[in-house]
Design a protein around this ligand. Structure first.
Ligand SMILES: Nc1ncnc2c1ncn2[C@@H]1O[C@H](COP(=O)(O)OP(=O)(O)OP(=O)(O)O)[C@@H](O)[C@H]1O
Ligand SMILES: [Mg+2]
Length: 606
C-alpha cells in the first residue's frame, strides 16, 4: 500500500507565512529590476486611469454645461480635452501592455527555474522515496503547482499592488471632491469587504477539495496507463473504468460546487454596486439641486465608483489565487526540502583505484519497516571472486544487491567496499565502480549506441571494441542498422534476450570493478544465450562478480555459491560441496536435472 499521506494535497500554505514568502522572493531576486520597473509602471498607469474621470468632469462643467462660453470656444475646448483623454487612454494601454509583457516574462523565467530545480532534485532522490510516491503526484507538482505559482506572479503580484493603489487613490479623491457623497458610498465598503472575505474563505475550502481530488485523479490515470498491459490481460477494464468514473464524478461535483459559489457571489457584488449607484443618484441629485455639486462632478463620481468596485470585486479572486499559489509553494518547497535519505558520511570517499573487496557485516533491511527482506547477512567476497546468489523467489537476492549499489542503505549492519563503509561513497561514484544488469531491463527509446554509452559522449569505435572483446559483435550485426538501430517507442522492439545483452553491454562499457548480474540470463533465447554465456565468462575474469542466475551453466563457472532463504544465508560453498552436503542447493539441482525446474515456480535458481 502506498503512503498517500506524505505530501498531503489538502495541505495549505498560509498567506501569512513569512518564511514561505522569503523563499518565493529569493526566486524573484534575479528579476528585481524588472519587477521594480513593473511597479513604477503601475504608478503611471494608476495615475493616468484616475485622471480620466476628472477630465470627464472638466469637459462637462467647463464646456458642455457652460452657457456663458461661446460655442466655438466650447467645441475647441472639448476637442482639446478629448485629445488629452485619448493620450491618457493610450498611456494606460501602453503601460498596461508593457507591464503584462514584463510580468509574463518574469513569471515564466521564475517558473522555468523552479521546474528545473524540482526536476534536478527529484532525479537525485533515493529510490525509497519513489516507492512511497504515486507518480501522478510528482507530475502534479511539476505542472499544476508550478502553474499556480505562475498565475500568482503574473496576474496577481503587481496587479494586487495596482488595485490597492487604485482603491486608496479613489477614496482620497472622492472624499476630497465631496465628502458627504463619499461617506454615503462608504456604506458599501464594509459590506463589500465582509462578503469578499466570506467568499474567499469558502472559495479556499472548495479549492482545497478540488485539488486533492485532482491529485487522486492524476495518480489513478498515470497508474492505469502504466499498468495497461496488466489491466487488459486480466480484463480489469470494467473495474478500472468504474473506479475512474467515480473519481471523475467526484471531481466534477467538487468543481461544480465551486462554480455555484462563484455564481452566487458575482451577481451579489454586482447588485451591491448597482445599489450604490442608485443611492448616489438619489443623494447626488439632491446635492446638485442644492448647488453643492456640479453635474460633471457627479458623472466623475460615478466613473470613480465603477473603478472602485471593480478591484474590490477582483480582490477576493486574487486572494484565492494567492492562497492556492501559497499552497503550491508550500508543497514545492516541501519536495525540495525532502533530502535524499542516502547521506554521504564524512569524509567522503575520494577517487582512487578500488580492488573490489566486498563485505556485508550483519546487514538487515526492511522495505516497510515490518518484515525484513534480508536479515543478518554476513558475506565476504574477495576481490576478483565470482559468487552466485541462489534462493527461492522473494528470498532477498535482488534486495541484497540493491543494498550494494546503495539504492537503499541497510537498517542494521554495514557493507564495506575495500574496507570503507559504503555510506562514505556518493551513490553516483559508487555506481560507476559497481556495474549492474538489473532484473527488469530499462532501455531508452533511442539508438543501440546511445543506450550503451548513455551520456558519456563516447563514439561507435569504442563500443565496437568492447563488443569485440566480449564476443558480442554478432549480436549488433544482426540488427538492421547495427549500432544506429533505433529501439523502443517508434523503433525496433528487441527480444527479451536482446534487451539483456544490451543491458549487459551497457554495464560492461563502464568497465566496472564489481559486476552484478541480476538474473541476467533469465529470459534469454538459446541463440542469445550462447552469446551471453561467452560474454559473461569473459566479463567475470579479473573482476569481483556477483551473479543471480538461473542456469547451472553460469553457476558452474563461479567460485562460490551462496544460498538464501527467507532473507538469510543458509548455505554456501562450491557446487560440488553443496551437492555433496545434500541441503537446499542439492535439492534445487535435483529438480533442475529431473526437468522439474520449469514447473517449480517456487524454486527458481539453477
Ligand atoms: N520495493 C519493494 N517494496 C516493498 N517490498 C519489497 C520491494 N522489493 C522487494 N520487496 C520484498 O522483499 C522481499 C525480497 O525481495 P527480492 O526482490 O529481494 O527477492 P528476490 O530474491 O530477488 O526474488 P526473485 O527471485 O523473484 O527476483 C520480498 O518479500 C518482496 O516482497
Ligand atoms: Mg530478484
Amino acid at each position: 500500500m502506498r503512503n498517500y499521506g506524505y505530501f498531503e494535497e489538502g495541505q495549505i500554505g498560509s498567506v501569512r507565512d513569512l518564511r514561505l514568502w522569503r523563499r518565493i522572493l529569493a526566486y524573484c531576486r534575479p528579476h528585481l529590476a524588472w519587477l521594480v520597473a513593473a511597479v513604477l509602471l503601475s504608478l503611471l498607469v494608476a495615475g493616468a486611469t484616475l485622471s480620466l474621470p476628472r477630465l470627464l468632469q472638466w469637459a462637462i462643467d467647463h464646456y458642455m454645461v457652460a452657457p456663458n462660453l461661446a460655442a466655438e470656444a466650447r467645441i475647441s475646448g472639448l476637442g482639446r480635452t478629448a485629445l488629452v483623454y485619448g493620450l491618457l487612454v493610450a498611456t494606460v494601454f501602453t503601460g498596461g501592455f508593457v507591464q503584462v509583457v514584463v510580468l509574463e516574462w518574469v513569471g515564466q523565467s521564475i517558473m522555468h527555474r523552479m521546474r528545473q530545480d524540482l526536476f534536478i532534485h527529484i532525479m537525485d532522490l533515493d529510490l525509497a522515496f519513489f516507492h512511497d510516491q504515486p507518480t501522478g503526484r510528482l507530475v502534479t507538482r511539476l505542472t499544476n503547482d508550478i502553474q499556480n505559482m505562475h498565475e500568482m506572479f503574473t496576474s496577481v503580484m503587481v496587479t494586487l499592488f495596482n488595485d490597492f493603489l487604485r482603491i486608496i487613490g479613489i477614496l482620497a479623491i472622492l472624499f476630497w471632491m465631496n465628502w458627504r457623497l463619499a461617506l454615503v458610498m462608504s456604506i458599501f465598503v464594509p459590506l463589500s469587504i465582509t462578503s469578499t472575505a466570506l467568499f474567499s474563505r469558502l472559495a479556499r475550502d472548495r479549492f482545497r477539495a478540488i485539488r486533492s481530488q485532482l491529485a487522486l485523479l492524476n495518480s489513478f490515470l498515470q497508474e492505469s496507463v502504466a499498468l495497461i498491459t496488466v489491466i487488459q490481460l486480466f480484463g480489469r477494464q470494467q473495474e478500472t473504468l468504474r473506479r475512474y468514473g467515480e473519481l471523475n464524478s467526484e471531481y466534477l461535483r467538487r468543481a461544480l460546487s465551486q462554480v455555484k459559489l462563484f455564481g452566487t457571489f458575482m451577481p451579489l457584488t454586482e447588485f451591491m454596486g448597482s445599489a450604490a449607484v442608485a443611492l448616489i443618484l438619489w443623494y447626488g441629485g439632491g446635492e446638485i439641486m442644492d448647488h453643492r455639486l456640479t453635474l460633471g462632478e457627479l458623472v466623475a463620481f460615478f466613473s470613480y465608483m465603477r473603478l472602485f468596485f471593480q478591484p474590490m470585486r477582483e480582490l477576493s479572486q486574487k486572494y484565492s489565487i494567492v492562497q492556492s499559489a501559497m499552497a503550491s509553494a508550500e508543497r514545492i518547497f516541501q519536495l525540495l526540502d525532502r533530502r535524499s535519505r542516502l547521506t554521504v558520511l564524512a569524509p567522503p570517499w575520494r577517487q582512487r583505484p578500488v580492488q573490489g573487496h566486498v563485505r556485508y557485516e550483519g546487514v538487515s533491511y526492511s522495505y516497510d519497516r515490518r518484515k525484513e527482506a534480508v536479515r543478518d547477512i554476513d558475506l565476504e567476497i574477495r576481490a576478483g571472486e565470482t559468487v552466485a546468489l541462489v534462493g527461492a523467489t522473494g528470498s532477498g537476492k535482488t534486495t541484497l544487491v540493491s543494498l550494494l549499489l546503495r539504492f537503499y542503505d541497510p537498517d542494521q549492519g554495514r557493507i564495506l567496499l575495500d574496507g570503507t563503509d559504503l555510506r562514505h561513497f556518493p551513490p553516483r561514484q559508487l555506481r560507476r565502480i559497481i556495474g549492474i544488469v538489473t532484473q527488469d531491463v530499462f532501455l531508452l527509446p533511442d539508438t543501440v549506441l546511445a543506450n550503451i554509452v548513455l551520456d558519456s559522449g563516447a563514439g561507435a569505435t569504442e563500443v565496437e571494441k568492447l563488443l569485440a572483446e566480449l564476443g558480442m559483435t554478432r549480436f549488433v550485426h544482426r540488427l538492421p542498422a547495427g549500432l544506429d538501430t533505433r529501439i523502443g517507442e517508434g523503433g525496433l522492439e528487441l527480444s527479451a534476450g536482446e534487451k539483456q545483452l544490451l543491458c549487459f553491454a551497457r554495464a560492461m562499457f563502464r568497465s566496472p570493478t564489481v559486476l552484478v548480474l541480476d538474473e541476467a540470463t533469465a529470459s534469454i533465447d538459446s541463440a542469445s544465450e550462447a552469446l551471453l554465456e561467452e560474454a559473461v565468462a569473459r566479463a567475470f575474469r579479473g573482476r569481483t562478480s556477483l551473479v543471480i542466475a538461473h542456469r547451472l551453466s553460469t553457476i558452474r563457472r563461479v567460485d562460490r555459491i551462496v544460498v538464501l532463504a527467507h532473507g538469510r544465508i543458509v548455505e554456501q560453498g562450491s557446487h560440488h560441496e553443496l551437492v555433496a552436503a545434500g541441503g537446499v542447493y542439492s535439492e534445487l539441482v535435483q529438480k533442475e536435472l529431473s526437468g522439474l525446474s520449469d514447473r517449480a515456480g517456487e524454486w527458481k535458481p539453477v
